[in-house]
Write a protein that binds this ligand. Structure first.
Ligand SMILES: [Zn+2]
Length: 372
């Protein structure tokens, strides 16, 4: 899930490459969801390694080559003209700023930056977080309602609690990181896009979030310009879908960088509700940690990281059951809390985040090396 290689190459057109991307995405998603889908089960339903529902998305794309620009479930790197309405680059207004919030996409220019590990690199310095509110027919955002305005504000507060938590933990390891995220103070830090009836192009909501919104971000946001503006060392996105308490088909996850992904930007795929429960700040923190290299710890085995049952039984279950990459629950009452995060960033997670060089546990269990 956290494969990081040397070069970023934009992959455009070419059916063979598209197919590789699709296969990669399937593999990535399988990994991500096998993990992230379980998170809400940890704590309340954790029974010593019980696994939650696994999830294998089915891509819409077929092997039949399609004309460039009309592929279903694949991308050409250029928004089609017919998508213009849905893709109009508009900063999220904040409830009262609709009229002035439209921004003009920058003309195509040669990027100044290269991202060898994606836009979320090392967990230090200034990290810019851009939040994208994603409307779809099934789950629209309607900022004329009190409910959606409250959610809009709550998402910002949750990101604030999550990033304060990460910042404080970084400090313990001697690393300074600052997060720039507060779109309630600076509305240019949030965006809005409408992917309409996503089933027209994707029969899976996660693909719609990753590719439908990714396409919008690629079109509407000039990464160099925005990172220069905020003097940012890192950049990540939080895509927020307005899912509700009644339907529990989606699991919050993330899209870390891997070699071959269409774009360099990394994102949290945040569903406001997972399994009927409002996501707390700990879930935001967990996903952000993924983007900086931390793997899930709750799998009994995890081949990508050489995590074995031995490691799980001997180390994780005895030492890491309150780690943020193991659970997002407050373990005192085995429930979510919304005003703070009570989980830890333990030595294994700190190692994979690049906060600590202590690899004694990694060596003992022959786990995969950190990419930092
Ligand atoms: Zn996870």
């Amino acid at each position: 899930m956290m494969i990081r290689r040397e070069n970023i190459k934009r992959v455009i057109g070419n059916t063979a490459k598209k197919f590789i991307i699709i296969l990669s995405v399937v593999a990535m998603l399988s990994t991500a969801f096998a993990g992230c889908g379980e998170e809400k089960y940890k704590g309340s339903k954790y029974t010593g390694g019980k696994t939650g529902p696994s999830y294998t998305p089915t891509p819409v794309a077929t092997e039949t080559p399609e004309p460039a620009g009309t592929a279903v479930g694949t991308l050409t790197g250029t928004p089609e003209p017919t998508k213009a309405a849905a893709n109009t680059p508009t900063n999220t207004p904040g409830p009262t700023k609709a009229a002035e919030a439209t921004v003009t996409p920058a003309p195509t220019e040669v990027p100044k930056r290269t991202f060898t590990n994606g836009t979320a690199g090392d967990l230090e310095g200034r990290c810019l977080i851009l939040t994208v509110f994603v409307s779809m027919d099934r789950f629209p955002w309607n900022f004329t309602t009190d409910e959606d305005n409250a959610t809009y504000e709550n998402v910002c507060r949750s990101i604030g609690v999550a990033t304060d938590y990460i910042k404080e933990n970084c400090k313990k390891y001697g690393k300074d990181v600052e997060f720039i995220y507060d779109y309630l103070e600076d509305w240019e830090l949030s965006y809005f896009t409408d992917i309409g009836d996503y089933t027209e192009r994707y029969d899976d909501i996660d693909y719609a979030m990753i590719y439908g919104v990714g396409e919008y971000v690629d079109y509407a946001i000039d990464i160099d310009t925005v990172m220069d503006k905020y003097d940012a060392d890192n950049l990540l996105f939080v895509y927020v879908a307005n899912t509700d308490a009644e339907q529990d088909f989606a699991y919050t996850c993330c899209r870390p960088w891997y070699d071959g992904f269409e774009w360099p930007f990394e994102s949290v795929i945040m569903y406001n509700y997972d399994c009927g429960v409002l996501n707390p700040p700990s879930v935001y923190a967990h996903e952000i940690c993924h983007l900086f290299g931390a793997p899930d710890l709750y799998n009994e085995e995890y081949a990508d990281y050489n995590f074995t049952k031995e490691f799980y039984n001997e180390y994780v279950r005895k030492n890491a059951t309150n780690d943020i990459m193991f659970t997002c629950m407050n373990m005192e009452d085995v429930n979510y809390v919304y005003d703070r995060i009570t989980n830890e960033i333990g030595p294994v997670t700190a190692y994979y985040l690049g906060l600590s060089d202590d690899d004694s546990i990694i060596k003992k269990y022959k786990l995969r090396k950190s990419e930092h």
